[in-house]
Design a protein. Structure first.
Ligand SMILES: *Cc1c(COP(=O)(O)O)cnc(C)c1O
Length: 219
């Protein structure tokens, strides 16, 4: 049952918060619902989940049409030719990984009179296949992004490498936190997934993105 899974994840969030002396209300749980049906999303929504993450614009659009009282977050790689549709439906685009993409979002958001909230996806590990802005390009990006009036940079996002022991993900979360402290201490951090969200919370995650633990049960 999705309801039980959500409770289990919430317990995990609470225990990580207890350990880190944090208020559980300061951690936002986003259910990553890529490849899940609208019925599953409804069930999670009834269990109290208010924000859902998708990684493909087309799939998100069809789910958006169901008009559920929920927020949609983009968490996957976004192509510039999909931005026009993306700005219509997403409350937060978590996966902005280039200035070119930010400029296109700014342009399309201006077209519909919207200030699009975004997170910058940062590459905190050396894995070749992964998207994300290299940390050394962050200051330059932020300087240029300040000129873009129709985007609002809210913080940073990262995906840690898949590891067997969640403790091994800790250094990547730490890198993101240190970057944030350097560029803007007010920034929020989106980090942590099914396998490592408790460690991410200990390291300061404001948003955790959880898929399998919610829709498939404890792994
Ligand atoms: C799929 C996905 C998640 C959720 O992963 P789980 O391991 O299922 O919790 C989180 N973030 C991103 C960017 C994803 O693509």
């Amino acid at each position: 049952m999705i309801r039980d899974n959500v409770l289990e994840v919430r317990r995990g969030i609470e225990s990580a918060c207890f350990k880190a002396k944090r208020d559980p209300d300061t951690v936002k749980l986003v259910a990553v619902s890529k490849n899940r049906s609208i019925e599953e999303i409804k069930e999670a929504s009834l269990a109290g989940i208010t924000a859902f993450g998708e990684n493909r614009v087309q799939e998100a659009l069809s789910k958006y049409e169901a008009k559920l009282p929920i927020q949609w977050h983009m968490v996957g790689h976004l192509q510039t030719n999909k931005v026009k549709e993306a700005v219509k439906i997403f409350d937060l685009i978590q996966s902005v990984d280039s200035l070119r993409l930010a400029q296109e979002i700014d342009k399309q958001a201006a077209g519909i009179n919207k200030i699009q909230e975004i997170l910058l996806e940062v590459k905190t590990s050396a894995e070749k296949t992964k998207f994300g802005l290299p940390p050394d390009e962050l200051p330059g990006f932020l300087k240029a992004a300040r000129e873009l009036k129709n985007i609002s940079v809210q913080g940073l996002m990262t995906i840690a490498p898949l590891v067997d022991d969640p403790q091994e993900a800790r250094p990547y979360f730490r890198i993101l936190k240190e970057l944030k402290n350097r560029v803007d201490p007010e920034f929020i951090l989106s980090m942590g997934m099914t396998g490592d969200f408790q460690v991410a919370i200990e390291e300061g995650a404001d948003i955790v993105r959880v898929g399998r633990a919610i829709f498939e049960g404890k792994i």
